[in-house]
Each structure stands twice: as structure tokens, then as C-alpha cells.
Design a protein around this ligand. Structure first.
Ligand SMILES: Nc1nc2c(ncn2[C@@H]2O[C@H](COP(=O)(O)OP(=O)(O)O)[C@@H](O)[C@H]2O)c(=O)[nH]1
Ligand SMILES: [Mg+2]
Length: 133
């Protein structure tokens, strides 16, 4: 396994409301960066980060899960997180160890409750954020 120095590793927590597209976005990032050779789909139960039976059956992420993409010699650890309130602790924990937060927003629903909650935690931790707020 390739060894990266600390300066070449970035930990990104992908957070936001449930159903906003976090897992699908993770899947697309893994595919576009060449880490996997087919685009996994949430709706087909074929994503890398929704891998347990319950997640596939319910089409909802229940715990944080890690995948990585290499881009420009940098290892980007992508932490996919659950968006529903009951599982928010996992998103909170992911943000604690992240260098940056990627806040995903449903293009139709806009900013929702967990979007704001995750954004507020990222702000409190002074994380660089991609997304609203
Ligand atoms: N039309 C459309 N549907 C999407 C997009 N991203 C995700 N979805 C769908 O939205 C649903 C929830 O996506 P998912 O990635 O599981 O959301 P998560 O709960 O934030 O991880 C699934 O049915 C996806 O196929 C998108 O960009 N466009
Ligand atoms: Mg998900």
C-alpha cells in the first residue's frame, strides 16, 4: 500500500441532510478519480460507502464510512456520513477528525435541518467548508 506523508493527506467529512446526495456524490468522486471502475448507484445498492445490508435495503447511510481518492498526489479520505437526526453523532464524530467539511445540499429541497446542524458544527470547529454557509 502506498505511503503518503502527512502533508499529502486530507480528511474530508461529507455531511448534510439525509437524502441530499452525499453517498452518491462520494460514489461519483471515487469513480471520477479512478479508484473504482464503475459508478456505484445508491438506487442499485452498489455504492462503496453504503455497504451493509440495512444501508442497501433502506438506501440510507447509517454509520460513517471511509473511502479514499488520490488526486494530484494527494490522498483524500472521504468520510461519508449519515444525514438523519438519529445518526447525527456519526457525522459529528467525522467532523471532529476532518480537515474540511463538504456540505451537500439537495438542489430541490435546499438547506434543511441537518444541513444547518452539520454546517454549525463545521463552523464551530473552524473547518474550511465547501457548500453553503
Ligand atoms: N436527480 C438526482 N438524484 C440524486 C442526485 N444525487 C443523489 N440522488 C438520489 O437521491 C437519493 C439519495 O441519495 P444519497 O446519495 O443516498 O443521499 P444521502 O442520504 O445524502 O447519502 C438517491 O435515490 C439518489 O439516487 C443527483 O445529483 N440528482
Ligand atoms: Mg448516504
Amino acid at each position: 500500500m502506498k505511503v503518503y506523508d502527512a502533508a499529502s493527506i486530507g480528511n474530508v467529512a461529507v455531511v448534510g441532510h439525509g437524502g441530499s446526495g452525499k453517498t452518491q456524490l462520494n460514489s461519483a468522486l471515487l469513480f471520477d478519480s479512478g479508484m473504482v471502475n464503475r459508478l456505484g448507484l445508491v438506487d442499485d445498492g452498489t455504492t462503496v460507502t453504503d455497504s451493509d445490508k440495512e444501508e442497501i435495503a433502506r438506501k440510507h447511510t447509517r454509520s460513517a464510512s471511509l473511502a479514499y481518492a488520490e488526486w494530484n498526489e494527494t490522498k483524500i479520505n472521504l468520510i461519508d456520513t449519515p444525514g438523519f437526526g438519529n445518526f447525527f453523532a456519526a457525522a459529528h464524530a467525522a467532523l471532529q477528525v476532518a480537515d474540511a467539511a463538504m456540505v451537500v445540499v439537495d438542489g430541490v429541497a435546499g438547506v434543511e435541518v441537518q444541513t444547518e446542524k452539520a454546517g454549525a458544527v463545521a463552523e464551530a470547529l473552524a473547518l474550511p467548508r465547501a457548500g453553503p454557509g
